[in-house]
Design a protein around this ligand. Structure first.
Ligand SMILES: [Zn+2]
Length: 455
């Protein structure tokens, strides 16, 4: 690139009226401060390395809640508190193995597997059966009686041709979430599900399996994409491939958890709330760094920056770190269920797409609401996070939609998210300091302008 190109101003239709000029100055101040004195990365590193993963009802869950509360107190957030939530408690077993076995039960090869969250265990000696590869539910339906007594191997690959990986995930995840119920309807004895990730790797990616009450519950495990490819190849040449799956995971009675809340109170209309949130629980693999430690840290860092710069908007910005998004959404539901007669939620923004470079926001609202927010894109242009479009927001804030709250999702680059998602690789080492910080800055600016302007 020539020097001339570097120095040339970027052509844009920058607003010129005095209020907008003041807004640009504040947004610039937030970005400059964030990039020079940001604490997002050291905070997330501490959260990941001292607390680790935080599956609902676990010791890590309780410690994570305590850590987040103390962090907000340390930065002088207002009204720091916990709201109790009762959560499911599922614990991964000490045993989770799968072997390809011969007709006599002799082990031929091991497979990298992980129990799906909420799965029932196998009997102690495991489940041994022939596997049946299935790509679509339609194919499963057509196989009908052939499914009985088999381990169904759901092997639909992640569609890598879709640019944004989230719709790609959405097109594949049903085999993980409802494959076990669909296969059980035909008498399958267990399911092995190809990990829902666009990469070929050696890490099983877990996630929730949902059972249907009226149907038999059968054990469900994720298999790494590389081993899924191996199995599929074997099935092309072998008449029958038999697997022994052994897991001793366990579901305990519900446990106590909490939503973690803190605020930057508004100067003029403190009872009007702009909520910014993420979820503090994570899967029990890795450290829950991108999912969703990054979201929690975005939220804390956004308010910390505003406080540090003495920017106190007219309305209240409330940080909510929700419990149990992963295997129940109990935190989001509990928050929305609480009657709050003296306050009104104007908008809720969720960060739950990792700690990657922000690209903008999706607004899950009316055309008028989008038309109100989209013109603020100029505030995000300096960090190239100015794509404000219609779209989904976030799971934790979805119960607020029914209460008429406008919900918004922070959006980021999506290339790498599902490489780490729900796998042991979701650790701090996979997070880039600057990308994480930019997400916090984008969230701070959106929360601030909403709290200043209202909706
Ligand atoms: Zn998440």
């Amino acid at each position: 690139m020539s020097l001339l190109l570097v120095l040339a101003p970027i052509a844009s239709s920058q607003p010129t009226d005095s209020l907008q000029i003041a807004y640009i100055a504040t947004a610039k101040q937030i970005l400059t401060y964030g990039l020079s004195d940001g604490k997002a990365y050291p905070m997330l590193r501490e959260f990941c390395t001292t607390i680790g993963n935080r599956l609902s009802g676990s010791v890590g869950d309780a410690r994570g809640i305590d850590w987040l509360k103390k962090k907000m107190e340390q930065y002088n957030f207002e009204n720091v508190r916990l709201e109790p939530v009762t959560v499911p408690k599922w614990v991964r077993g000490t045993t989770e193995t799968a072997f390809i076995v011969d007709r006599n039960g002799k082990k031929i090869r091991s497979l990298r597997v992980a129990s799906l969250g909420m799965s029932i265990p196998t009997p102690t000696k495991g489940v041994t059966a022939e596997i049946l590869e299935v790509i679509t539910f339609k194919q499963l339906d057509s196989l009908g009686p052939l499914v009985k007594g088999k381990i169904v191997f759901f092997n639909r690959a992640f569609d890598r041709t879709i640019f944004n990986t989230f719709p790609g995930y959405g097109a594949t995840v049903d085999q993980r979430s409802s494959g076990a119920a669909r296969a059980a309807a035909y008498g399958a004895v267990a399911v092995l599900v190809r990990s829902v990730t666009p990469v070929i790797d050696d890490h099983p990616h877990t996630g929730t399996v949902n059972y249907t009450d009226s149907l038999q519950k059968i054990p469900a495990a994720a298999v790494s994409t590389r081993d899924a490819e191996v199995l599929s190849e074997m099935l092309k040449s072998e008449k029958a491939v038999r697997i022994r799956l052994t897991m001793n995971c366990h579901t305990f009675p519900d446990a106590a958890s909490a939503n973690v809340i803190g605020e930057l109170r508004g100067s003029e209309r403190p009872n009007e709330i702009i909520l910014i949130g993420g979820h503090h629980d994570s899967w029990d693999k890795g450290q829950g760094a991108h999912d969703d430690g990054a979201g929690c840290i975005h939220v804390i860092e956004a308010i910390r920056i505003l406080k540090e710069l003495n920017i106190r908007p007219r309305r209240t910005i409330r940080a909510v770190m929700f419990a149990n998004e992963e295997n129940g959404l109990r935190g989001g539901k509990a928050y929305a269920a609480v009657e709050r007669p003296n306050e009104i939620h104007l908008a809720a923004i969720e960060s739950d797409v990792g700690g990657f470079a922000p690209t903008g926001f999706t607004v899950q609202g009316t055309k008028d609401q989008l038309n109100r927010i989209a013109p603020w894109s100029y505030l995000f242009t300096p960090m190239e996070a100015d794509r404000i479009t219609n779209g989904g927001s976030g799971a934790d804030i979805s119960p607020l939609v029914d209460k008429g709250v406008l919900t918004i999702g922070l959006r980021e680059r999506t290339e790498r998210y599902f490489e780490y998602h729900h796998a042991e690789t979701d650790v701090i080492g996979g997070v880039n300091e600057r990308e994480l910080q930019l997400g916090a800055c984008a969230l701070a600016i959106m929360a601030w302008i909403l709290a200043e302007e209202g909706i």
